[in-house]
Design a protein around this ligand. Structure first.
Ligand SMILES: Cc1cc2nc3c(=O)[nH]c(=O)nc-3n(C[C@H](O)[C@H](O)[C@H](O)COP(=O)(O)OP(=O)(O)OC[C@H]3O[C@@H](n4cnc5c(N)ncnc54)[C@H](O)[C@@H]3O)c2cc1C
Length: 486
């Protein structure tokens, strides 16, 4: 008998979503990730949970409706990671006319299960605080509700839920070979040790590596795939208001500028074809300039490439025959050939649904229970989204040494599981050494024992974004602390 029902290669959003769904439906699951969870494209997404207005423009009504239904699901199951925001589109006389934007938003509202989010509205930007950071003359703009998400933590908490439902999650574990008969036999180099795993089915969820893995590891035929790179930039905060701005660029693209952590703005996205190794993906200077120019058309202070404090880039694939933005799932099974599932691309908003549908494809092969992930919160997400501020107040009542921004960051990261991080501490000193103003030894230990963090970057760039502000000396102290604790 095979060790597992399903082996998954790749610990990006697609891989962990498959693991969560399948483990909760009673399958014995193992996931192997060569680096860190969410270490590739899944931590470089636009961070939007939305129906996508640009899809509406191409008349993709059903797609928008489906994505908006998923938006409501995310608010229900991940109220700590997903934040409802007001998105603002300044009307620009050279771009889409105001009547078109107004009509589009009317349809967007009509397609949405708004789940408590307010309707869209017209704004007089000249007299509204959202206009303060913008150039004149943007007389009017439109405001609508959508959400942003912490993409990296979504990956980790999805993996955590999978693990709590029995999935084995191995990071630092690279699949180097997989032989297919009526079962799969995988050779995995797991933190330096070679081990063999057998599984009844295999999922290739390796994002930008999918074709390479199909060819060299699985040695299975695979549809021709095209690689695309998506990039974004992070700059010091451009706006005081807590809005996402949607700027129409002069090539028709929509550029999003979102609050990023406390003191920064995330600007994206730019995409183009990619060739090369997905492990080495750098944002070209021309792409950085493109985003700076696009935003500078709107904001008062010019944004220059020298303002960029970090770039975020990822690579994913889609079949050459059908370049799909909503991802592709391929399923192959024959007599005496164990099933092979390949899942590439797609956006964050519909990732849960894609995984649910992909696992359902395997029902003829395994007895399994019904889909469940839409109704069950992710770890720490068992409260209503509109109680987020209350959760912060409760945290500050319980751990009186937390200031408001610290409590906000911690509740957004851990939700109702915060007590597992802070325990019964009465003072900050009880949480061990401090690394910068925010990170404590207790949090580092929690992340190492419960969330697979092994190296400082796993904490500074994926379990949090504290790498944006942490001084070099504190990073070194963190590295030493983790080496001792590991
Ligand atoms: C061009 C482009 C457009 C995008 N558009 C959107 C968008 O509009 N909206 C949106 O929300 N998101 C968008 N995204 C981001 C998208 O959501 C992510 O690509 C998504 O998170 C899917 O990630 P993944 O799991 O397929 O891949 P990844 O996150 O890249 O994960 C793949 C993982 O496989 C691992 N791996 C590879 N080979 C092996 C091996 N041999 N053994 C073990 N592990 C291995 C890698 O280390 C990696 O961690 C876009 C991305 C790109 C590149």
């Amino acid at each position: 008998m095979a060790d597992y029902d399903l082996a998954i290669i790749g610990g990006g959003l697609n891989g962990v979503s498959l693991a969560r769904d399948a483990a909760g439906r009673g399958l014995r699951v193992i996931l192997v990730e060569q680096g860190d969870l969410g270490g590739a494209a899944s931590s470089a997404t636009p961070r939007l949970i939305h129906g996508d207005l640009s899809v509406l423009e191409r008349r993709g009504f059903w797609r928008v409706r489906r994505a908006l239904a998923e938006r409501a699901t995310w608010l229900r199951i991940a109220p700590h990671l997903v934040r409802p925001m007001r998105f603002v589109i300044p009307a620009h006389s050279d771009e889409r006319p105001p009547w078109l934007l107004r009509t589009g938003l009317y349809v967007y509202d009509a397609l949405a299960n708004r789940g408590g989010l307010p309707r869209s509205a017209t704004l007089d930007i000249t007299h509204h605080p959202v206009g303060n950071a913008l150039k004149r003359p943007f007389g009017i703009g439109f405001e609508y509700g959508d959400c942003v998400v912490d993409d990296s933590r979504l990956v980790v908490l999805t993996a955590l839920d999978a693990a709590e439902r029995g999935a084995a999650i191995h990071t630092g574990a690279r699949c180097v070979r997989a032989d297919r008969t009526d079962t799969w036999r995988l050779a995995v180099v797991d933190r330096g040790h070679r081990r063999t795993i057998t599984a009844r089915a295999l999922a290739n969820a390796t994002g930008g590596w999918t074709s390479m893995v199909a060819e060299t590891v699985l040695r299975q035929p695979q549809a021709a795939m095209a690689a695309m790179q998506m990039s974004q930039i992070v700059v010091p905060k451009l706006f005081e208001s807590d809005n996402v701005y949607v700027f129409q660029n002069n090539d028709g693209r929509l550029i999003f500028a979102s609050p990023f952590e406390r003191d920064f703005t995330l600007i994206g996205t730019v995409t183009h074809d990619f060739t090369g190794d997905p492990a080495i993906v750098a944002m070209p200077g021309a792409d950085v300039s493109y985003l700076c120019e696009a935003v500078s058309r709107y904001v008062r202070e010019r944004v220059a490439p020298t303002d960029v404090v970090r770039t975020l880039s990822g690579v994913n694939l889609s079949p050459v025959s059908a370049r799909r933005r909503d991802g592709t799932t391929l399923f192959h099974a024959r007599r005496r050939k164990a099933p092979l599932l390949t899942m590439v691309g797609g956006d964050v908003t519909t990732s849960r649904l894609r995984a649910e549908r992909a696992v359902t494809l395997m029902t003829p092969f395994y007895p399994m229970s019904r889909p469940w992930t839409a109704a069950t919160p992710l770890p720490g997400g068992d409260f209503a989204w509109d109680r987020f501020e209350t959760e912060i107040d409760l945290a500050r009542d319980r751990w009186r040494f937390l200031d408001e921004p610290q409590a906000r960051r911690l509740v957004a990261a851990y939700g109702s599981r915060l007590s597992a991080v802070l325990g019964e501490a009465k003072t900050r000193d009880e949480l061990g050494p401090a690394f910068g103003p925010d990170l404590t030894g207790a949090e580092v230990r929690y992340l190492m024992t419960r969330e697979w963090a092994r190296f400082p970057d796993d904490i500074l760039w994926r379990r949090s974004k504290l790498g944006l502000t942490m001084p070099a000396a504190d990073r070194e102290a963190l590295a030493a602390f983790m080496a001792d604790a590991g």
